[in-house]
Design a protein around this ligand. Structure first.
Ligand code: NAP
Ligand code: F7E
Length: 375
């Protein structure tokens, strides 16, 4: 049985990847941080009974800042594959905690690679490093002749997060070249899902749209509505992480959809899912979105209601204005075909958040339910 170790298993990608690897028959080890509240919501459905003899998921307490702990866990698991997904992954927050981000997202990668090397596992263990489109920084002049970022585009990170991840990228490549390790970077563009953290823009929008439609919230405050991102579905992207480690040769890969969309358009698409048409008025910090039409009798939203304003506190000291990736190499060499487009992604997220918020509303109104009532 193949053995995998996932750092960041409690996160969005870690949870989908654990599902995928368990389906493929792997024994899956995951590193979780100690926290004062339960932090395994995203994987609880995979982890019913830790004492069951056939349980193929095992969690270990650990942290990417702790080399000894990482080395011990890797020695215990003897993994065939390590997926290093653990990170402080919020770009805006990285401006508030730059040293911590350097330690976790940058040096954390080194700690994994060095542990594998010191344990003499460099021939056995393949390593996936969660690199990011934030490495490119959105500089227009660095796109290829077709107008995309690809594996050969220069990097120009624009946040402490991006700078820390660039260390992770290069140290992975360096260990591959210096020690002949099977260590690969997946340069992933933004990917989202119903499990996306609540403070990333897509999830913030789908949650707020659902709550506004149900009358639980008046409006949402966002930052830069002009920012453009290449958004895919996390399920498609974790499949590609696995494919990268099954390839014949260790290489770096761009994973993206090849399309880019503004934050404003994502808002429009989310409201359209509940039958609400929006009208955007004003410019810059004065921009607002108002309800123009509501075609869904289930959601009685007043016409003309202001549902979105700009709050400059969400602006970043340095912004990445536009990202668009070229996944040609992944498609041609590994045969990667995504199942979801942006419309499918918005539908999936809205369906899930409407269900979640209906449950919230029901409980708030004094209803009693079992966990699966709204499934
Ligand atoms: P996420 O939902 O924020 O999950 C991050 C995971 O890392 C969580 O399990 C978190 O644990 C864990 N973690 C944070 N600090 C840690 C530490 N000091 N030690 C050990 N674990 C730690 O992120 P994601 O969206 O799944 O992304 C997965 C990886 O891909 C990250 O490295 C991210 O930077 C990178 N990436 C993401 C995207 C994207 O669009 N999603 C794109 C490119 C690259 P807790 O649950 O305890 O917080
Ligand atoms: O912002 C703008 C914001 O925080 C997207 C991480 O997974 O993808 C993610 O980083 C855009 C930015 O993601 C709000 O200014 C407007 O331009 O959802 P985000 P991100 O910064 O692109 C990359 C690839 C990663 O690697 C990261 O780990 O949306 N925006 N208004 C806002 N963003 C947030 N969060 N909140 C707002 O209110």
């Amino acid at each position: 049985m193949k053995v995998a170790l996932i750092t960041g298993i409690t996160g969005q990608d870690g949870s989908y990847l654990a599902e995928l690897l368990l389906e493929k028959g792997y024994m899956v080890h995951g590193i979780k941080r100690r926290s004062s509240l339960f932090n395994t919501d995203r994987i609880d459905h995979l982890y019913q009974d830790p004492h069951h003899p056939k349980q193929r998921l095992k969690l270990h307490y650990g942290d990417l800042t702790d080399s000894m702990n990482l080395t011990r866990i890797i020695e215990e698991c003897q993994p065939d594959e390590i997926y290093n997904l653990g990170a402080m992954s919020h770009v805006k927050v990285s401006f508030d905690t730059p040293e911590y981000v350097g330690n976790v997202d940058g040096l954390g990668t080194l700690r994994i690679l060095e542990a594998v090397r010191l344990l003499g596992l460099e021939k056995k263990t393949r390593i996936y490093q969660a690199s990011t489109s934030e490495l490119y920084g959105g500089l227009a002049e660095n796109k290829n002749e077709r107008g995309f970022y690809d594996e050969n585009s220069p990097f120009y990170p624009r946040s402490p997060y991006g700078v820390a991840k660039i260390y992770g990228f290069w140290i992975t490549k360096n260990y591959r070249e210096a020690y002949n390790m099977f260590a690969c970077n997946g340069i992933l563009f933004n990917h989202e899902s119903p499990r996306r953290g609540e403070t990333f823009v897509t999830r913030k929008i789908t949650r707020a749209t659902a709550r506004i439609a149900l009358g639980l919230q008046d409006k949402v405050y966002l930052g830069n509505l002009d920012a453009k991102r290449d958004w895919g579905h996390a399920k498609d992207y974790v499949r590609m992480m696995w494919m990268i480690l099954q390839a014949d040769k260790a290489e770096d890969w761009v994973i993206a959809t090849g399309k880019t969309t503004t934050v404003r358009e994502f808002v429009r698409m989310s409201f359209a899912e509940v039958g609400v048409e929006l009208e955007f008025k004003g410019k810059g910090v004065d921009e607002k979105a108002l309800v123009k039409k509501c075609n869904n009798p289930e959601y009685q939203i007043e016409i003309g209601k202001e549902v979105l304003s700009v709050d400059p506190s969400y602006f970043r000291p340095t912004e990445v204005d536009l990202l668009i990736g070229d996944p040609t190499k992944a498609k041609e060499k590994l045969g990667w075909v995504p199942d979801y487009d942006l419309k499918d992604l918005v539908e999936d997220m809205m369906r899930s958040d409407i269900k979640l918020m209906k449950k919230d509303q029901y409980l708030k109104n004094g209803g009693y339910t079992t966990l699966n009532y709204f499934e």
